[in-house]
Design a binder for this molecule. Structure first.
Ligand SMILES: [Zn+2]
Length: 255
């Protein structure tokens, strides 16, 4: 166990993100044992750990500024992986790590996840504990998935955080499908997908369905009556105030 920690700390030099200084010499690193992807498609022997959240980071993640690049960079900076760069980890795995870090940040397990009501424009919250998250585990036996599409032998896998952040919103479904192809360069994959017809479109939809995984959104009812989908992310989460009071009350001395 000790040896493993040292090995993880050696990766410090590979960091290329320079937002907040995360001091990797401070123990403990928390080892991840479960991920939505089930570690499928990662190199054999991959271990992933993270540095617990600091109060500085907490403030940054919960700011109302929805700067996704910055927020993801903060989470990626806290992750230690022995086989690959954190930005190459799968999107939902990183979301999961981010949520776990956040909900356990203050010694609790519960957070309130925000969403904007599309009908009245108010922010609604879904209070949920870490164990209530609705996981969809990746069900395929192993990755990559291999299939011939339009005469090409393709390998499919899950999009990384990096691919997610590079995906332009205009790219739509076609752009997303292109991120699933692992044995083509991004531009080539996009061009390839754009030109698919008939049965080959069906094949790609099948692959997409097989690769379904992640954390399901919650549905809550807004005061205005609308049903609102609340996406689970580590961003903008509010902590219920009463969660920690009982534990700490007995540790305080006055005067
Ligand atoms: Zn509403």
């Amino acid at each position: 166990m000790e040896k493993e920690t040292e090995q993880l700390l050696d990766l410090k030099g590979e960091e290329n993100l320079s937002l907040l200084e995360i001091d990797t010499t401070i123990e403990p690193l928390v080892k991840i044992t479960m991920l939505p992807s089930g570690f499928k498609g990662y190199p054999k022997g991959t271990t992933i750990s993270y540095k617990p959240i600091t109060i500085e980071e907490l403030e940054s993640l919960n700011s109302t500024d929805p700067d996704l690049d910055r927020n993801f960079a903060l989470i990626l900076k806290s992750i230690r992986c022995n086989t690959m760069k954190p930005e190459d980890l799968y999107y939902w795995d990183v979301i999961y790590i981010g949520v776990q870090r956040l909900l356990t940040a203050l010694g609790g397990t519960t957070g309130e996840f925000p969403a904007l009501c599309p009908k009245c424009g108010k922010v609604v919250y879904k209070k949920a504990s870490y164990t209530e998250l609705d996981f969809k585990q990746l069900e395929v036996p192993a990755l990559p998935m291999k299939m011939e599409v339009a005469g090409r032998q393709l390998e499919f896998g899950l999009p990384s955080v990096k691919q997610f952040l590079q995906l332009s919103p205009e790219a739509g479904e076609v752009g997303f499908y292109a991120t699933l192809i692992k044995n083509m360069e991004p531009e080539e994959a996009l061009k390839f997908v754009k030109n698919l017809t008939g049965i080959d479109i069906k094949k790609l939809r099948f692959v997409d369905k097989q690769l379904d995984y992640g954390i399901r959104p919650f549905t809550v009812k807004c005061k205005c009556g609308a049903q609102v989908q609340v996406e689970v992310t580590p961003f903008g989460v509010v902590f219920p105030e009463d969660e920690f009071r009982d534990d700490i009350e007995f540790e305080v001395q006055y005067g």
